[in-house]
Design a protein around this ligand. Structure first.
Ligand SMILES: [Zn+2]
Length: 444
């Protein structure tokens, strides 16, 4: 299912309380592993290529095989996920189920927006049920097989249910607005619909940290000053007026380390997850936080909304043209673009469009991620922390893809690209080297 659409609605379930903020004993901070000799600078110089290779060599061949298998399997799952969803949409159309769901909605109520909402809920449930086998395999069985998930099946199903409920509400509202635009503005809806989609995206970004995240996790303010003080110092140096750093109990779901900056128009928050906090040293945490602050300082959320707005307006224009040609298949009983029974066809066309645009969408995101990497290196001055944490991310992301593979399929720079950027930075900053140059002291 479209996670954005799904996620889009929980604002209205906003009565979710922030979980109690439990005090925890300060965790023992991990120590940064010393850089490999080729990356230390002790010899008086650093060759970025050799330093990158030395870091990459820290991943054993068994770890590499496992990480590559997990990540490459993900490519196929993306393809199967797309084909599976496409098949589900066609089944709904071709069996006449979609038309019957519309008829039922029309019998339930005369209020048109409510008909759209009633259809949307049926559609969501039907697609979720048809997709369930793949969803269980991809998000539960396989995650457990790779040791990445910590959820029991019951807890996992519970989260799936919460996600569906959020989709029902937020997606339903978005659909009511989109179909109202289609009906009122039959010639220009594709422009206004795309504009509305950007507004939905902004609204969703706004509520994620304060409404959506607390539905699944219990974010709390990080109190350990050994970690908070250097992060806030980094924030002040970047012109970010943050007073808090947030920690989220991601270990409830998964063993992945991560951090993020989320929110918009005043709800922005920099959050690191407890796996990162538990497993990473301070230089690694600083490197990651520098990256996250880069997203913030470089206004990446605003830029992404604009970029996706362009993608959506082109997609809606295409949808407008193709929909009218295809909808006349008699068995589908779709009356027109403003008939909600045609939603599976619209979804089929739009997801196909997005699927074909995979390299473009990935590149849009990856370019921002690379910008944030460079910002983070300059801000944190922790090249070894960044290299080390890139290796940790390499536990579930392929470290060394081919160039075409990275361009088409990666929505973040690969581990190799990131470590190379760090080593290139370090080569130009002898004050961060070990040995004689260290007399100047590396930035802390
Ligand atoms: Zn990022």
């Amino acid at each position: 299912m479209n996670r954005c659409a799904a996620a889009l609605i929980a604002a209205f379930l906003a009565a979710v309380p922030l979980a109690a903020r439990g005090e925890t004993a300060p965790p023992k901070l991990a120590q940064l592993e010393p850089p490999p000799p080729a990356a230390s600078g002790a010899s008086g110089s650093i060759d970025p290529e050799a330093a990158t290779r030395a870091y990459l060599a820290r991943q054993t061949s068994a770890e590499k095989a496992r990480s590559d298998a997990y990540f490459e399997g993900g490519y196929w799952l993306d393809l199967w996920g797309f084909l599976w969803a496409a098949a589900a949409y066609l089944v709904l159309l071709h069996t006449g189920v979609s038309a019957r769901m519309r008829d039922l909605s029309e019998r339930l109520t005369r209020v048109r927006p409510l008909q759209i909402g009633a259809y949307w809920v049926q559609f969501l449930v039907a697609v979720a049920i048809m997709s369930l086998p793949l969803t269980v395999y991809r998000d539960f069985v396989r995650e457990h097989r790779y040791g990445l998930s910590n959820l029991t099946f019951a807890a996992w199903l519970g989260e799936l249910g919460k996600g569906l409920a959020i989709s029902a509400v937020l997606g339903g509202l978005a659909m009511m607005i989109l179909y109202a635009l289609v009906r009122r503005l039959p010639r220009t809806w594709w422009i206004w619909g795309a504009t509305a989609s950007v507004v939905f995206g902004a609204f969703f970004a706004l509520i994620v940290p304060v409404v959506i995240v607390p539905i699944f996790n219990s974010p709390k303010r990080l109190t350990d000053q050994r970690v908070v003080a250097p992060i806030l110092s980094l924030a002040r140096a970047s012109g970010i007026g943050a007073h808090d750093v947030w920690e989220v109990d991601a270990s409830k779901q998964s063993n992945r380390i991560s951090a993020n900056v989320s929110g918009l128009f005043g709800t922005e928050r920099i959050t690191l997850n407890d796996n990162l906090l538990r497993r990473a040293s301070l230089p690694e945490i600083q490197a990651v936080m520098g990256h996250e602050m880069g997203h913030y300082v470089l206004n990446h959320i605003h830029k992404a909304l604009l970029q996706f707005g362009i993608v959506i307006v082109a997609g809606f224009a295409l949808l407008k043209t193709l929909f009218e040609r295809l909808r006349r298949t008699p068995r589908w009983q779709v009356r027109g673009i403003d008939d909600v029974a045609g939603l599976p066809l619209a979804a089929l066309l739009f997801t196909s469009y997005l699927f074909l645009l995979t390299p473009v969408l990935n590149t849009m995101v990856r370019v921002q991620e690379y910008e944030a990497d460079l910002y983070g290196l300059n801000a944190s001055a922790q090249p070894d922390g960044f290299a080390q944490v890139s290796l940790k991310l390499g536990e579930y992301r392929k470290l060394e893809p081919g160039p075409v593979e990275e361009f088409v399929l990666f929505d973040h720079p690969s581990g190799r690209t990131r470590i190379h950027a760090a080593m290139r930075w370090k080569a130009e900053h002898p004050e961060t080297w070990s040995g004689p140059a260290q007399a100047h002291g590396p930035p802390r």
